[in-house]
Design a protein around this ligand. Structure first.
Ligand SMILES: Cc1cc2nc3c(=O)[nH]c(=O)nc-3n(C[C@H](O)[C@H](O)[C@H](O)COP(=O)(O)OP(=O)(O)OC[C@H]3O[C@@H](n4cnc5c(N)ncnc54)[C@H](O)[C@@H]3O)c2cc1C
Length: 401
């Protein structure tokens, strides 16, 4: 396993739970600091997947987070849609992402790491991988230190700048957006009101030149995202003064003075052209395989499914009757996960189109949905669900990332 991010950790746990000896190679030291909220929303299929790897793990992580209370959509500062989790709408549970938990990514990582330790996973911290040589019967790994290691299979979970991806000759395909967005984490308000807030999507916020803002509480704080225009001065908007200015237009000014983390982020909508090597000895997972705009919540959620599918494919390949069968299993996993990667890229692109509304047709559609929303539930749900694109999974399947 290359990489001890959340994707590498759940993949390592999946392998260990299948009785496969696994070593995690991580470039950074054990005591590194993992900053910011990052991937806060873990959706129901992800939590179920944790439980399928280690019974109780998904429930434990879910309990450590904040249950998503509901969704509100604002259009030009008017609340046009309001939904509380579990509400019965149109005679059935609403087709909204009601079952999700919200917590900082580093907390999720702490649970996954502990589960790995308890399951006997070996970690080598401060071990940067610099070379990957695949053969028909295994993989040679080279380290920065000059040492080498020979293994049967590798999962490349080494993130956005993946060395493993480069070494197997895969390249990212897609595009990078020109407009940044700014993520601000703030503390919980002392009056206890923050955790009770719903996720809020604010389209065309007056006072912010019509920019969109999202805010979403998580366990221990709240995240406020500002969608910038390409010409915006991101340095000012992410400065303490700039943050105080724009956050006060959408939340209590108290939050602007209680910022815990700021990040400027650019949308990538890219998927690797292959998730495996020519010998089918390496599988890519998580951000090593794809990068999506956070709108759509596909990043970590789909990474967990890549990782656990890769662990299953490798455990099955190791037990396969023939090398041909083993190759087939890896190739099939790579193909299936890449198809999901392309689908997820489309979904987060759709979320971006709705958020940005740069085409006149989408602009009109959004404005119409906002007018109808107070009297027509599906119109409001479409607006509120625009940035997340979390529909219900197809009947009988929990794979929707
Ligand atoms: C500001 C921000 C906001 C985000 N918001 C969201 C969100 O709302 N929703 C969402 O789903 N996702 C979000 N993400 C993305 C989310 O953080 C990623 O999906 C997640 O971290 C991916 O996990 P990973 O394990 O694939 O990669 P990483 O977490 O990047 O882990 C990769 C690991 O590999 C290690 N590594 C790298 N190179 C080597 C090497 N050569 N040798 C050994 N080790 C190596 C790294 O040190 C790292 O520990 C956000 C990210 C950022 C930065």
């Amino acid at each position: 396993m290359v990489g001890a991010g959340p994707v590498g950790l759940i993949a390592a746990l999946g392998l260990a739970r299948r009785g496969v000896p696994v070593v995690v190679l991580e470039a950074e030291p054990r005591d590194r600091v993992r900053p910011g909220s990052r991937a806060i929303v873990l959706a129901y299929p992800t939590l179920r997947r944790f439980d399928s790897v280690l019974p109780g793990l998904g429930r434990e992580i879910s309990a450590a987070g904040l249950g998503v209370r509901g969704y509100d959509a604002y259009y030009e500062n008017r609340r046009v849609f309001h939904y509380r989790t579990g509400e019965n709408v149109l005679g059935r549970i609403a087709p909204m992402p009601a079952l999700a938990t919200s917590l900082p990514q580093k907390v999720t990582e702490t649970y996954l790491y502990q589960a790995c330790i308890d399951s006997g996973v070996e970690f080598r911290w401060g071990t940067a991988v610099t070379g990957i040589q695949t053969r028909g019967d295994g993989v040679g790994i080279a380290f920065e230190t000059g040492e080498t290691l020979d293994v049967a299979y590798v999962i490349g979970a080494d993130g956005a700048r993946s060395r493993v991806r480069r070494e197997i000759g895969a390249t990212m395909q897609g595009h990078t957006d020109d407009a940044p967005f700014i993520i601000v984490d703030v503390e919980d308000a002392p009056d206890g009101s923050t955790p009770a807030m719903s996720a809020m999507f604010r389209y065309r916020t007056p006072g912010l030149d019509g920019r969109n803002v999202m805010h979403m509480p998580f366990k221990g704080g709240m995240r406020i995202d500002l969608q910038c225009a390409p010409t915006d001065d991101a340095d000012y908007l992410s400065s303490p003064e700039g943050i105080r200015d724009w956050t006060s237009r959408v939340v209590d000014p108290w939050y602007g003075d209680h910022v815990t983390w700021v990040s400027t982020y650019r949308f990538h909508q890219v998927v690797a052209d292959s998730y495996t090597d020519t010998h089918h000895r390496v599988l890519l997972a998580g951000e090593a395989a794809h990068l999506f705009a956070p709108w759509g919540g596909r990043g970590l959620n789909s990474g967990v499914l890549d990782a656990t599918d890769a662990a299953t494919a490798i455990a099955d390949a190791l037990a396969a009757a023939t090398p041909v069968r083993a190759r087939e299993l890896i190739e099939r996993c790579a193909r299936k996960r890449r198809e999901w990667g392309l689908r997820n890229r489309d979904v987060s692109s759709r979320a971006l189109r709705i958020m940005r509304a740069s085409e006149a047709g989408m602009h009109r559609k959004r404005a119409l949905a906002a007018r109808l929303a107070p009297v027509c539930w599906p119109a409001g749900a479409w607006l509120a669900n625009g940035p997340t694109q979390l529909g219900m999974p197809p009947l009988g399947s929990l794979d929707f990332y």
